[in-house]
Design a protein around this ligand. Sequence first.
Ligand code: SF4
Length: 287
Amino acid sequence: TFMRMKEDAMKNGQTKPGYNLQIGTENQFLIDFRLFPNPTDTLTLIPFFHSFQHRYNRLPAVGVADSGYGSEENYRFMQENGIEAFVKYNFFHKEQRPRYTPNPFHAESLHYNTEEDYYVCPMGQRMNRIGTRRDKTASGYITESARYKAQNCEGCPLRGSCFKAQGNRIIEVNHRLNQYKRQAREILLSEEGIKHRGRRCIEPEAVFGQMKYNMAYRRFRHKGEDKVTMDFAFFAIAFNIKKMCAKLLKAGKGGTARIICILIRTIMTQYTRNIAAYYQISEKRVA
Ligand code: SF4
C-alpha cells in the first residue's frame, strides 16, 4: 500500500504517494514490514523475503500474495528457496470466470509440440523456432522468450483475426514463466489454495483497512527513511498489542488482557521517565 506525503497541491485529498509500504501478517498480527521507494509491488517481494529472513533467521514456509507479485523472478525465488507459493498471476481471476473463453488466436491457446519445439497455428501451419529474445527487468533479472514464426500467412482467411503486424506471424513465449503459472494455477485451485485465497482478504487487506480507515494512519509523521521506519515500527508494536488484547478479551481472558495492559503501562511509564531523565542530563550538560 502507499503511504502519502502531506502535500495536497490540488486541495482535493489526492496527496502524492511517498512510500510503498509492504507488510507481512499472520492471524492479523504484523509480523514484518518494509518500506520501498519503488511503486511496483513485483520488485518488492524478494527484498521483503530477505527482510523476513534477516528478522527471523529463516524464510517463511508459505507465501501468499496477489497477482501484482506473480513474476517469473518471484516464482523462481520461491521455488528455489522452498517457499510454497500461493501467488496469483495476471489473468488468474479472468480465467476463473464461468463465462471465460480463451482467445483461440492467443499464443497460449496454440498447440505446442514439446519434443520438437514448434507451435501449430489456428490454420494448422507449423511455426518453427527462430530464436530467443532476452530482456532485463528493472531488478536485473534476465527473462528469456522463445520466438516462433509462421511459414506463410499470405492469403490466410484467418489473417484479420490472427494478428495485425506485417509479414508472417511471430509469437514469443516465455516457457519458464508459463510453467510457473501452470504450477501456480494448480496450487491456487487446490483445497489449500482456496483456503489461503479466502484468508488473503482478511489478512493483509483487513490489517490495512484497520490501519488506514479505523485508525486513520494514512501518513507518516516524519521524514526520511530511518525516521519513517521508526514511525511505523511504533505503530506496528501498538497495533499488535491492541490486537492481542482484543483476542484475549474475545476468548474470555479479560483478566490476562488487563494484566498485560498494566504491565505495558508500567514499562512505558518507566521508559518515558528514562527519556525525561536522559533529556534532563543532556540539558544540564549543554548548560
Ligand atoms: S494468419 Fe498465419 S499464423 Fe494466423 S492462422 Fe493464418 S497462417 Fe496461421
